[in-house]
Design a protein around this ligand. Structure first.
Ligand code: AMP
Length: 308
């Protein structure tokens, strides 16, 4: 099934305890498109960049089968720029710079050829732009998944609540879930957030895995214990790309299949953090992915005999 991905395509500058990068390509939609391209060859991108964005990187996305007809290039403007510094634990980071540039006036045009997409992934972006994309789809997609971050909660909470009321699945991290709900308990937070619209909620907990909620059930996927984590940037988006890519590939949106999808998402994310930026997920083999999913299975599988 075809997938429409919307989100930032960006320049990032990253500092981790392992090193520092100058401007490298990043952005939520970049990570999502790349990750989902390992599952479906029908990835369609709606995003915007400035004239400073390298054509070679657009070609790299195309090489992964990503349709970039919906990628607007504003020749006389600058691409979105984000810079962040990770703390020693690698689970928390400070945003140093957010320059919206082209994103500040982004009008998301959905090409005619994308109108039949059945899966829609709203990557991190202004919530008003995310809801505009939903409104511009001739037919509501079968599944709408959304990601967001604290930045938008701070400056656009009303817009965010409107978008939340229109989506099926929300994917956020634990800190964001607490900020959005005002509750410290993630179980209470999940109930409050699902009352805002999404029927399914994913709460990512970095190296501590991810929780998948619907109104009746909870499922937990671990993160793979890795020896080296170089750069967690984009791990959440890569996770989301693996999640929705797997769902689009299998065309099954049951809760049981979502459990498998968050394992695939977690496996994709475990590759992302192994190198800076999106380098690792641009060079991945399907066999490596399957082997890693097997590692997840081995990690959590055990036999137990319960006494009466
Ligand atoms: P993650 O590490 O999964 O939270 O995603 C990091 C990516 O999100 C980076 O590549 C940034 O370019 C992008 N990003 C950071 N802040 C924003 C924002 N306010 N809006 C859209 N994308 C953002």
């Amino acid at each position: 099934m075809s997938l429409l991905v919307v989100g930032s395509v960006a320049f990032d500058a990253i500092e981790t305890p392992f090193g520092k990068t100058d401007k490298i390509i990043g952005g939520a939609a970049t990570y999502i498109s790349l990750a989902s391209s390992y599952f479906t060859k029908k990835v369609n991108l709606v995003a915007v960049v400035g004239g400073d964005f390298p054509k070679t990187d657009i070609a790299m996305l195309q090489k992964h089968g990503v349709d970039t007809t919906g990628l607007q290039v504003k020749e006389n403007e600058k691409s979105f720029f984000w810079s962040g510094r990770y703390h020693n634990d690698m689970n928390s980071r400070d945003t140093l710079v957010t320059e919206l540039n082209v994103l500040g006036t982004f009008d998301p045009i959905v090409p005619e050829a994308y109108q039949s997409c059945q899966y829609l992934m709203l990557g991190n972006l202004a919530p008003s732009v995310q809801s505009t994309v939903i409104e511009r789809m001739a037919k509501r997609p079968k599944l709408i998944v959304m990601d967001t971050m604290n930045f938008w909660m701070d400056i656009a909470m009303d817009d965010l609540k409107k978008t939340l009321s229109m989506v099926d699945v929300l994917s956020i991290n634990d800190e964001e879930a607490r900020q959005l709900s005002g509750d410290y308990s993630l179980v209470k937070a999940a109930k409050k957030i699902m009352a805002m619209g999404p029927k399914v909620l994913i709460i990512k907990k970095g190296e501590h895995g991810a929780l998948l909620f619907n109104h009746e059930q909870v499922f937990f996927a671990p993160a793979l214990p890795l020896e080296e984590v170089y750069d967690p940037t984009g791990a959440g988006d890569t996770f989301a790309g693996g999640f929705i890519g797997y769902l689009a590939h299998t065309n099954d949106i049951s809760f049981d299949n979502m459990k498998r999808a968050i394992i695939y998402g977690s496996a994709m994310a475990s590759f992302c953090v192994e190198k800076f930026g999106c380098e690792r997920i641009t060079n991945l083999h399907k066999k490596e992915l399957e082997a890693r999913v097997q590692e997840f299975v081995d990690l959590v599988q055990f036999e137990i005999t319960l006494e009466a």
